[in-house]
Ligand binder design. Structure first.
Ligand code: FAD
Length: 402
């Protein structure tokens, strides 16, 4: 094998390249990226970079020396527009055709805009890449009244960042609670209180929103339930659209994302996928998280080289909002949950444990409890049977259950 092509240059692509080189692969690596900035991590965009506590440079996954050592052949900015799996080629928008021995699709996802007309309005923003973050940061210099559409993780982080800068913030969420897809009702209530206590107004069940440009480039948000509101800008954080179109057009097995086995291999043995765009092999749906993008890509890259390394990671992601570091371990599975245990040290330090009928942990939300998350990763991996009383009892030191 002498030629690997990677489409996308985000978190997954970066770790795939790092792994290929550290595992001794010395053939060609071609990377196609439609972004100019490459191999950077996105989580700080809605947090420290937007609030100017961190620089854009701090997002880089690798040093300049490492990048040199990788000796990647770059095709950027350029767009992969077609895969011919029979000829084993990728066609680029620029007209180039790249042949490959193995191909990794790491195209991630894009910010979803629920109503196409919204993207034509000035002062309506999304948050996916460095440019989006810089545009919003520029707007934040003067904007005082901010609407956030979407009460998921990214929307809540942007709301917290804006509020910390003293702005008036209102959140419009389509559903009846915040982060409903990934957490239980009690965690949604915790999040709602966190934001309302900080002074943010939350409109739930905002199922019919109309956005219009009004005088002085302001945006009018019409919400059937609460009437008309005027904002300096609107940030749409309404979920992600998986960038799976190349795989679909190439007739790979594609559902919500690209179907891959535990080695990252798609229905074509020479085409791999990792990160947001690939379905988690044991869960059966896409996981949009930093750790998933990194670790699924490491496994796929090793497997490409013949070192079959199954990817079986338990989902883990985090969010930072105000004074809270919130970590989510496992997935929210209401039908498997037979008991919820809340261990509350104080209002900003608590854990929500979700146990199945055998008292094994299936999901955990930890607020400012990083050490407990490390421990719980072991409980989850070993399917340890837990005592709900001990989990709840603040006088019991859970570290005894190492
Ligand atoms: C604002 C923000 C905050 C986040 N915060 C957290 C967090 O706190 N914790 C957490 O765990 N996760 C967080 N995430 C999620 C995490 O960043 C993503 O899961 C991760 O970036 C996915 O990596 P990826 O490589 O799969 O995709 P991406 O990082 O999206 O990279 C894909 C790249 O491929 C490019 N591309 C797509 N199609 C083509 C094509 N046809 N040709 C060429 N290039 C193409 C895209 O433009 C992009 O540059 C956050 C994401 C965002 C946007």
């Amino acid at each position: 094998m002498n030629k690997i092509v990677i489409v996308g240059a985000g978190q997954a692509a970066g770790w795939a390249v790092h792994t290929l080189r550290t595992q001794g692969y010395d053939g060609e690596i071609h990377v196609v990226s439609n972004e100019d900035s490459v191999f950077y991590e996105r989580p700080p965009l809605s947090k420290q970079v937007l609030s100017k506590e961190a620089t854009v440079e701090s997002l880089n996954l690798f040093t300049a020396e490492q990048l040199d050592e990788f000796s990647v052949i770059w095709h950027k900015p350029d767009l992969a527009v077609n895969i011919d799996k029979f000829a084993k080629t990728v066609q680029l928008k620029s007209g180039k055709t790249l042949s490959y021995d193995k191909l990794l699709i790491a195209t991630g996802s894009r910010a979803r805009i629920p109503v196409a007309q919204w993207s034509e309005l000035k002062n309506v923003y999304t948050m996916r890449d460095i440019q989006d973050c810089q545009n919003l940061a520029e707007q934040f210099k003067t904007a005082q009244n901010i609407a956030v559409i979407g009460g998921g993780w990214i929307g809540l982080e942007i709301a917290a960042t804006a509020r910390k800068q003293g702005k008036n913030v209102e959140i419009f969420e389509y559903g009846s609670r915040l982060c409903a897809r990934s957490v239980s009702p009690e965690v949604s209530i915790f999040l709602k209180n966190l934001h309302e206590d900080a002074g943010t107004k939350i409109h739930l069940n905002a199922t019919q929103l109309n956005l219009n440009e009004v005088e002085s480039q302001k945006i009018e948000v019409q919400n059937v339930d609460s009437g008309t509101h005027i904002f300096d800008c609107v940030v749409v954080g309404a979920g992600a659209q998986i960038a799976k179109e190349l795989a679909t057009a190439a007739s790979l097995d594609v559902k919500d994302g690209i179907v891959v086995n535990e080695y990252g291999q798609s229905s074509d043995p020479d085409i791999y996928a990792a990160g947001d765009v690939a379905i988690h092999p044991s869960l059966g749906y896409c996981i949009q998280s930093w750790a998933n993008a990194q670790n699924q890509a490491i496994s796929a890259a090793k497997s490409m080289l013949g070192d079959l390394t199954p990817y079986q990671d338990i989902p883990w992601l985090w969010s930072d909002q105000y004074q809270c570091n919130i970590q989510i371990l496992g997935t929210y599975q209401p039908e498997q949950t037979s008991q919820v245990v809340i261990r509350k040290t104080n209002s900003t330090q608590q854990c929500f444990f979700y146990l199945n009928e055998k008292n094994q942990l299936i999901n955990m939300i930890a607020v400012n409890e990083a050490k407990l998350v490390k421990l719980a990763k072991r409980w989850l991996a070993s399917a340890k049977e837990l005592d709900p009383q001990q989990l709840q009892d603040l006088d019991f030191n859970l570290m005894k259950l190492k």
